[in-house]
Design a protein around this ligand. Structure first.
Ligand code: BJW
Length: 231
């Protein structure tokens, strides 16, 4: 891969599957997060309005689970690629965990937010998420007890879409790793890439909902496929 002289700029989309082997639950698998919790109860702005305690408890729990986990060989291989790749490279992750960064990757964009930050609904400030949100800590900027997790729920606009589309326009290769292709707009990136004439590759445990859109699709665990691809 590193010798491919026809490829200079790469956009990599990652999803929950890249962190699955670190022990972080995916969303749509059997026994995954959406089997244990109804999406409408925990991952929409309406849910937060109706029952903030339930939503904050869910995210405090999720954050605690993430903090005890470690990067796996897939994160490490991507961090190595990021370090060594001379052209443009952008890891667009849908994950709110920070395992790409903890593996050493620098060029990472969190389109669905991050569990590291809280967001104040009163003054719009982002601040480091300290302690548990269920205890209703005050916003360090305005003092209001109006903090929510800085994550993107259904019906909300994912972050930095202009930057993502800009990177796709410049890309020679789009690689999707460990995502079911069930959630838009990320699920549509492969078609955006194809329309732009960008080569496309999927690395996923199994065929995803969008597999047929990719020029090439390889199936297996990310901890094996990603290091193989990066080598
Ligand atoms: C492995 C593995 C291993 C396992 N190795 N692989 C049509 C067009 C546009 C929008 C819509 C549309 N129709 C509906 C919408 C709206 C909606 C949507 O997509 N709904 C669908 C259900 C249909 N989208 C939105 O509301 C989004 N906003 C939006 O669209 O704004 C308007 C807009 C339009 C156009 C352009 C720009 C903007 C917001 C979506 C927010 C999603 N939020 C969540 C929660 C984040 C916080 C949190 O983490 O709690 O994001 S939901 C959840 O799903 C989370 C994930 O990031 C996201 C994707 O899940 P992911 O990562 O794919 O996980 P899984 O579990 O689904 O799949 C894991 C995969 O890994 C599987 O395939 C496994 O096989 C594989 N795997 N182990 C390799 N070891």
């Amino acid at each position: 891969m590193a010798d491919r002289s026809d490829i200079r700029n790469i956009v990599i989309l990652t999803g929950a599957g890249v962190s699955a082997e670190s022990g972080i639950d995916t969303f749509r698998a059997e026994g995954g997060l959406w089997e244990q919790h109804r999406v409408e109860d925990v991952a929409t702005p309406g849910a937060f309005e109706r029952d903030p305690e339930l939503v904050l408890r869910f995210y405090d729990m999720r954050r605690e689970a993430i903090q005890t986990k470690h990067p796996n060989p897939a994160h490490q291989a991507l961090a190595r690629l990021d370090r060594e790749w001379k052209g443009e490279l952008l890891i667009v992750t849908q994950n709110v965990d920070d395992l790409h960064e903890r593996a050493g990757a620098k060029r990472v964009l969190h389109m669905h937010g991050t569990h590291l930050n809280a967001w104040c609904t009163a003054c719009d400030a982002r601040s480091p998420w300290r302690g548990t949100l269920i205890d209703r800590p005050a916003c360090p900027e305005c003092g209001e007890k109006a903090l929510r997790p800085d994550v993107v729920w259904f019906g909300e606009m994912p972050y930095e879409m202009d930057r993502i589309f800009g990177a796709l326009r410049e890309a020679d290769l789009f690689v999707s790793i460990g995502t079911s292709g069930a959630v838009y707009p990320a699920a549509g990136f492969v078609r955006n890439a194809r329309d732009l004439g960008v080569a496309t590759l999927e690395l996923n445990l199994e065929a995803s909902q969008g597999s047929h859109w990719f020029a090439e699709s390889r199936h297996g665990p990310a901890s094996v496929l990603v290091p193989e691809w990066v080598e």
